[in-house]
Write a protein that binds this ligand. Structure first.
Ligand code: PBG
Ligand code: ZN
Length: 318
């Protein structure tokens, strides 16, 4: 008789036979940077996540490095938002300041930056808007400038999250021209129009003032379109592909793993984080076990890297 239980009788043997393992170096911690000093303000929609000023960011990054987190993903909240998202490419913009400070204080940390306009525009849209429509090509040109400005400040990698067509190619060209041919691009390639970005948009005050993001983000019902988006990013020169959100789209992660030989990242987004936090707070679930189970599932599906707000909390358990 086939007895699968033979190998399950002893913890040590179970450990030896575990197929998928979570590693510290697979985790990337997202961080929200704001202007000011000594700012460490809780984000209501994401318990345990904070808006930090650059000085506090440094403290945070030092702590992360000590625990073995190798990479951070930075989001900047500008002092003021305008129609063109001007601060996104300002020399002394919040993100540019943050990059410089982190690279000076903790040079080993891999600093990745989100490249999109929605945190910076007063209308909350990801690009240049005219008559209520996001213009594709002016947007990608602007994002290429933004990426180059992050590179100038010292970023190790840029992560365009806009989902326009051609952004990766434009960014690659701009980086190469500026002498950053070795700076990699991690593209948010298969980014679905998800309700799970809600807590993030509260944190970044980046909800679109009108309309939604469905003219560029993917329909959650569409697998083939997601594959096309991944293919397009790969063809344009992305070095790392990404699927986002993570847990509801494990099938997409698994297919991407099969179809491409590029490294693959998955983003466990703000809503996924908030759901676990809220249920744990109520005592409905065991927080730590659910976090580990969710991360393991994402890894098992095929993600090499996991961007997660749990990185700081969970890294010591790996
Ligand atoms: C910016 C961006 C968003 C997220 C990452 N980059 C928000 C959006 O597309 O509205 C979401 C991250 C999260 O929910 O944790 N385009
Ligand atoms: Zn955006």
């Amino acid at each position: 008789m086939e007895r699968l239980r033979r190998l399950k009788m002893k913890q040590e043997l179970r450990d030896m036979l575990q197929e998928t393992v979570l590693r510290r170096q697979s985790l990337i911690m997202p961080l929200f940077v704001v202007h000011g000093t000594s700012v460490h303000d809780p984000i209501a929609s994401m318990p345990g996540v904070f808006h930090v000023s650059v000085d506090r960011l440094i403290r945070e990054v030092k702590g992360l490095k000590e625990t073995g987190v190798k990479g951070i993903l930075l989001f900047g909240i500008p002092r003021s938002k305008d129609e063109h998202g001007s601060e996104a490419i300002a020399e002394d913009g919040i993100i540019q300041q943050a990059i410089r400070a982190v690279k000076e204080a903790v040079p080993e940390m891999v600093v990745i930056t989100d490249v999109c306009l929605c945190e910076y525009t007063s209308n909350g849209h990801c690009g240049v808007v005219e008559n209520g429509v996001i213009l594709n090509d002016p947007t990608r040109e602007r994002l290429a400038e933004m990426a180059a400005s992050h590179a100038n400040a010292g970023a190790d990698m840029v992560a365009p999250s806009d989902m326009m067509d051609g952004t990766v190619a434009s960014i690659r060209a701009a980086l190469d021209q500026a002498g950053y041919e070795n700076l990699p691009i991690m593209s948010y390639s298969a980014k679905f129009a998800s309700a799970l970005y809600g807590p993030f948009r509260e944190a970044a005050q980046s909800s679109p003032a009108f309309g939604d993001r469905k003219s560029h983000q993917l329909n959650g019902a569409n697998t083939r379109d997601a594959m096309r988006a991944l293919e397009r990013c790969a063809a344009e020169g992305a070095d790392i592909l990404m699927v986002k959100p993570a847990l509801p789209y494990l099938d997409i992660i698994a297919r991407a793993r099969q179809m491409f030989n590029l490294p693959l990242a998955a983003y466990q987004v703000s809503g996924e984080y908030a759901m676990i936090k809220a249920a744990a707070e109520k005592g409905y679930i065991d927080e730590e076990r659910v976090i580990l189970e969710s991360l393991l599932a994402i890894r098992r599906a095929g993600a090499d890297l996991i961007i997660t707000y749990f990185a700081k909390q969970i890294v010591n358990r790996l």
